[in-house]
Design a protein around this ligand. Structure first.
Ligand code: URA
Length: 274
C-alpha cells in the first residue's frame, strides 16, 4: 500500500524545530506546554503560495503533530479549496502550544519571545517561496500578522492579505450567550465570502475553480479532508478524515488537562467482529 506523507523539517525549518521556546517563554498557566509544540501543516518545499495563520492547536492537532487538522482545519481547508488551493499552502499558528484557560492568548499575544519566534517562522515561509496571499484566522492571528508587518521582511511584503473570523467562531461566540450559533455562522460566512472576493483570482490556483460563495452556514459539504501529504508517515488515514476522533476527557480540570481520548470512528472499524 502506498500513501503520501509529510517528509518533515529540513533546510531553514530544521533549526526552528530543533530549538524552540519552552516553558520559560510559554508559561504553563496559560499554555498546555506538557503536550509539546506543534509547528505547522502543509508545504515546506518551496511550493506554498498561500500562508494561513491560525491560532493554537487543539486535541486532534496534539495527536497528529500537525496543526489545523480537526474540524477548524477542515473548514479552513474548504476555504482554500474555494480559491482552488488544494496543495500549495502552508499553515502556521499564532501560538506553538494550545492556549489554556480564558484570556491566556490575549495576555501573551505580544510577548517578545513568542513574537520573535513566530516571526522567524513567517520569515522562513516567505523567504522560501512565492507567497501570493496571506490569510489570518481570528483576531489573535491578525495581531500576529500585524506584528510581522512591523519587521523588515513583513514591511516589504506585497502579498494580498485577508483576515477572517476564526473557523470555530460560531461555537466560541455562541457559548458566551451573546449571539446564537446560527447568527454566528452567518457572520463567519460573510467574513469568509469577503476573503473569497479579495483573494479569488489573486492567487494561482492548483485547480481552477469558479468563485462560489458560502451560504448562511457551513455544512458538511463545505469541509475538506486533510490530505495524506500533510500528515506524518504512518498516521492512520482516518486521522485526516472528517469524523471527530479526539477529545479532552476527565472528570476534573486536572484530569482533563492530562488526558486526550482517541477513538477510532465507527465507520473505520474494519476489524472482524468476534
Ligand atoms: N484552531 C487553530 O487556530 N489552530 C489549530 O491548530 C487548531 C484549531
Amino acid at each position: 500500500m502506498a500513501r503520501e506523507f509529510d517528509p518533515g523539517y529540513r533546510g531553514r525549518y530544521r533549526p526552528l524545530v530543533l530549538s524552540y521556546p519552552a516553558e520559560t517563554v510559554y508559561p504553563a498557566d496559560a499554555f498546555r506546554v506538557e503536550w509539546g509544540p506543534i509547528f505547522h501543516r502543509g508545504r515546506l518545499d518551496g511550493s506554498a503560495r498561500v500562508l494561513v495563520i491560525g491560532q493554537d492547536p487543539a486535541a486532534h492537532e496534539t495527536i497528529t503533530r500537525r496543526i489545523l487538522v480537526g474540524e477548524a482545519g477542515q473548514r479552513a481547508q474548504g476555504l482554500l479549496a474555494r480559491l482552488g488551493i488544494t496543495r500549495s499552502y502552508v499553515f502556521i499558528n499564532t501560538f506553538l502550544y494550545s492556549v489554556y484557560g480564558q484570556g491566556g492568548g490575549a495576555k501573551h499575544i505580544a510577548d517578545p519571545d513568542i513574537t520573535r519566534y513566530r516571526n522567524r517562522w513567517i520569515d522562513a515561509t516567505v523567504k522560501d517561496q512565492q507567497i501570493e496571499a496571506v490569510i489570518s484566522l481570528g483576531q489573535l492571528a491578525d495581531k500576529a500578522y500585524q506584528a510581522w508587518r512591523t519587521t523588515p521582511l513583513g514591511a516589504s511584503s506585497r502579498a494580498p492579505y485577508a483576515t477572517v473570523r476564526h473557523p470555530t467562531y460560531p461555537e466560541s461566540a455562541s457559548a458566551t450567550g451573546t449571539i446564537t450559533k446560527a447568527a454566528a455562522f452567518q457572520k463567519l460566512c460573510e467574513s469568509w465570502n469577503q476573503a473569497l472576493d479579495a483573494l479569488h483570482g489573486a492567487v494561482t490556483p492548483d485547480v481552477p475553480v469558479a468563485l462560489r460563495h458560502y451560504g448562511t452556514t457551513i455544512t458538511a459539504q463545505d469541509l475538506a479532508p486533510i490530505p495524506d501529504a500533510d500528515l506524518p508517515p504512518g498516521l492512520p488515514a482516518w486521522m485526516g478524515d472528517l469524523d471527530a476522533w479526539a477529545a479532552r476527557t476527565g472528570e476534573d480540570t486536572q484530569k482533563k488537562r492530562a488526558t486526550i481520548t482517541v477513538t477510532v470512528p465507527t465507520r473505520f472499524r474494519t476489524w472482524p467482529a468476534l
